[in-house]
Design a protein around this ligand. Structure first.
Ligand SMILES: Cc1cc2nc3c(=O)[nH]c(=O)nc-3n(C[C@H](O)[C@H](O)[C@H](O)COP(=O)(O)O)c2cc1C
Length: 181
């Protein structure tokens, strides 16, 4: 029996009642056997990326975020649309993860993208582009977008529409990992 695979959910909204945070919790509930979804901690404490403060003395919150990503078997980016693209919060995580140059904690990391919003526009393609440039790998089938209108006024955790696609995404995300374990 293979060991449990850990998927780190990186939520791009800091709002207390964020629907995207709820979506991450829905992924946690929908995870197939052998997969554990853990929400990344401390994102709100990570300052904007600045090369002047990176290196040996990098802020503890940024170093910890890199460690959380490096320790995960896969990452699930939960991406709210902000003005048609990924949130500054989400982009900041990717920027910190991508450095030092050549040592990205996302390097080769299977990365899924989910999100909920009124209109996703280019949010997912923008997320995929940044994640990929930072070294992550977005497998086919590892992107699922949800419209708020499809939730019928329910939280993502209570909506029947989200569990099955999230489960399928997580299976895709860890497929290589599970097969090779
Ligand atoms: C600064 C900002 C920009 C936003 N831009 C968009 C947008 O372009 N498209 C959209 O569908 N929703 C947009 N929204 C709304 C959120 O994406 C939406 O409310 C969604 O629920 C994600 O936020 P949440 O995870 O905090 O709930 C924006 C919200 C904020 C705060």
């Amino acid at each position: 029996m293979s060991e449990t695979k850990k998927v780190l959910a990186v939520v791009g909204s800091l709002r207390r009642e964020s629907l995207n945070r709820e979506l991450a919790l829905a992924a946690q509930q929908a995870a197939p056997e052998g997969v554990e979804v853990v929400l990344a901690e401390g994102i709100a404490d990570v300052p904007f990326y600045n090369e002047d403060i990176d290196g040996e003395g990098a802020p503890a919150a940024a170093a910890d975020l890199r460690r959380q990503i490096a320790d995960a078997d896969a990452v699930l980016f939960v991406a709210p649309p902000n003005n048609g693209t990924i949130s500054a919060v989400q982009k900041n995580v990717i920027d910190w993860a991508s450095r030092p140059y050549g040592e990205s904690s996302l390097s080769g990391k299977p990365s899924g993208i989910v999100g909920v919003g009124h209109r996703l526009d280019t949010t997912f393609s923008d997320a995929e582009r940044s994640i990929t440039i930072a070294g992550g790998v977005v497998p086919d089938g590892a992107k699922v977008e949800f419209l708020i209108s499809s939730l019928e006024g329910k939280s993502p955790r209570e909506s029947a529409a989200v569990a099955a696609p999230l489960r399928a995404l997580l299976e895709t995300l860890v497929a290589g990992e599970l097969q090779s374990a």
